[in-house]
Design a protein around this ligand. Sequence first.
Ligand code: ZN
Length: 468
Amino acid sequence: MSGPLIESLAGIVGAGNVLTGEDMQGYAVDHRRRYFGKPLAVVRPGTAQEVAAVVRACAGAMAAVVPQGGNTGLCGGATPDASGAQVVLSLSRMNRVRAVDTLNNTMTVEAGCILQKLQETAAEASRLFPLSLAAQGTAQIGGNLSTNAGGTGVLRYGNTRDLVLGLEVVLPDGELWDGLRGLRKDNTGYDLKHLFIGAEGTLGVITAAVLKLFPLPRARLTALAALATQRDALALFDAAREQLGERLTGFEMFSDLCLSLVLRHIPGTASPFRESHPHYALIEVSDMHSEQSAREGLETLLGGALEDGQVIDASIAQSLAQVNGMWALREFVSEAQAKEGPNVKHDVSLPISRIVEFIAVTDAEIARAFPGVRMVVFGHLGDGNLHYNVSPPEGVAHAEFVKNGPALNQIVHDSVSRFNGSISAEHGLGQYKNVELRRYKSALELGLMRKVKAALDPQGIMNPGKVL
Ligand code: ZN
């Protein structure tokens, strides 16, 4: 395909980095294969200046720009529409670590860096970059920033937003904003970087960031606790927070159905318990002194909980392999559930104090409307974030069942709203929940968001049809 825009894009990044044929396929579909787009072209710039020139060219041609990182998003935020008119801007070639400053405890990295690579870069400098999520081997930091990704380290270190000190952004008119400051204190007016974090590319293209680093813990140890009720999991979390303080870096919960799906579908996984139990909590401790100290912390916590009857059984990992094995039981739930076929996913957050009541009330409502469905409930209990997924009743075709998605979404999201929760905790909105947002966000908040969008992107070319 050719045309004046394609030609000017090729002039900026080189013809080899403008895809217009079959090779666009991987960029046109989302990770879950829910959205099938048809881009005009896929452009792969190698520098921030090239990104700026690409956006300028697109703005001049009134062509929409869809920024894309590792394409692991769950809400279709990085997938173009099917008009054949949108340009996918892939940040994959922008994958340099520009600087590591151990004294300032920061690293300056480009948007296309793979998350896991950044964790390794930090570790090589004896530092921790704590953002951690299941897709980290493929996900790019630009996408993590644009969706304000959460993951398993939020309890101790916060969301992606909390890990950022500065940004470099290409604005919708093609101007390049250099906001790469590594300051922990900077009260010079509106904190503009936070507009772009979590904006899913609707206000500009993040090209680089200054990220916070932390001391690298000497030891990381996990335990798995078997529990009779979710309320017991919450009580155990409360005790863990009190006893372990900052050493508590993860507290995850999953049900026995989640565990059985993982054991059935993910090779090499095993439960540390001989019998099955209704619920499980995965506790992670990071210790600045030693593994011995981490072990003592977990033993004291779980010993007390066993004595009080809060916990039925518990297992503390004895090796790094066992630590990873326990995490696998939690991290593969989503993949194991997907192996059975498509399901209806919800990524919601609630005040932690109301989470158990939310699950009870909402489970009951769903069971009334769709008898026999299987609730696959797991998540980051310590953050109040549930992956509240619904699988069809045994024997019902998955593809047929997911047609009930809108009805299920409404039950779940109405309930979330009544409990003062959020319909998107860590996955973003994309094109999956942007319409839902209109139901649950106040008119005032939506109005403010639209004003911001119009002020920064008056032509409406940045990732249209997403978020708002
Ligand atoms: Zn999650």
